[in-house]
Design a protein. Structure first.
Length: 240
């Protein structure tokens, strides 16, 4: 994990998604809906809802959209049912790819994911074919311009509240945690700092470097996957 930075990928993804804000809000609404339906509308006692709300906040999702999703989830008349399904495969150049989905139609989603892989230089694999190459981690980012701590002081703070690792760049401090410690570390850091990012993620144990031609095809595959309404997250082993 040491030395692995997500920040550039996050910023690039945000820039690409600016033009797709309506679709992003639709996906976030679905995540909020499922979290509230399964665990209740109180984010203080529902960690999944708190994570979904954090993602909505980071995406500047309007409060009205958030409230509608929660209200729909807690309405006794709503009968929508979604499944969480993870797809695994390889992209161009052997890049490992995990695709997390929320779907009300497994056949539709499975077909769409398979077609996206096959038409863009990839291959959809069986369950377990690439997931072993990733580690579940908590991830938090704090922009350095907003605080006065140096790297040594920040590392001391991170370890003090239960974080595992700190990656430093000129723009940002990136903090990694064990998944079970994520909520505790996030809540502790939020008391002192403004978090630019806070999420549970999948980190690749090793990364893959692509040629320019492979990179172009890889980006087409990721764009196709992220455009699918049922896809909530895409994780890859792409290197910088």
């Amino acid at each position: 994990m040491a030395g692995h930075s997500k920040w550039k990928n996050i910023q690039g993804r945000k820039n690409a998604q600016d033009a797709k804000r309506g679709k992003i809000f639709q996906k976030l609404s679905r995540e909020i809906y499922i979290a509230a339906k399964n665990g209740g509308a109180d984010s203080a006692s529902n960690p999944a809802l708190r994570l979904a709300l954090d993602k909505a906040k980071a995406a500047n999702m309007p409060n009205d959209n958030v409230e509608r999703a929660i209200k729909k989830a807690t309405s006794s008349t709503d009968g929508a049912n979604y499944d969480e399904v993870v797809y695994e495969g390889y992209g161009p150049g052997g890049v490992a790819i995990l695709v997390e989905t929320l779907t009300d139609n497994r056949n539709r989603t499975g077909t769409n994911i398979r077609v996206a892989f096959s038409r863009n230089g990839g291959n959809l694999g069986e369950t377990g074919s690439v997931s072993y190459m990733f580690d579940r981690k908590g991830y938090l980012a704090i922009e350095r311009a907003a605080i006065s701590l140096d790297e040594e002081e920040m590392l001391e703070k991170v370890l003090e509240v239960g974080g595992e690792d700190l990656i430093t760049s000129p723009e940002v401090f990136e903090i990694y945690t064990a998944p079970e410690e994520f909520t505790m570390v996030r809540d502790a850091l939020e008391k002192e700092f403004t978090l630019a990012q806070a999420e549970l993620t999948m980190l690749p144990q090793t990364t893959t470097i692509l040629t320019d031609e492979q990179q172009t095809q890889f980006e087409q595959l990721i764009e196709k996957l992220e455009d699918d309404d049922d896809v909530s997250e895409v994780y890859t082993s792409i290197g910088e």
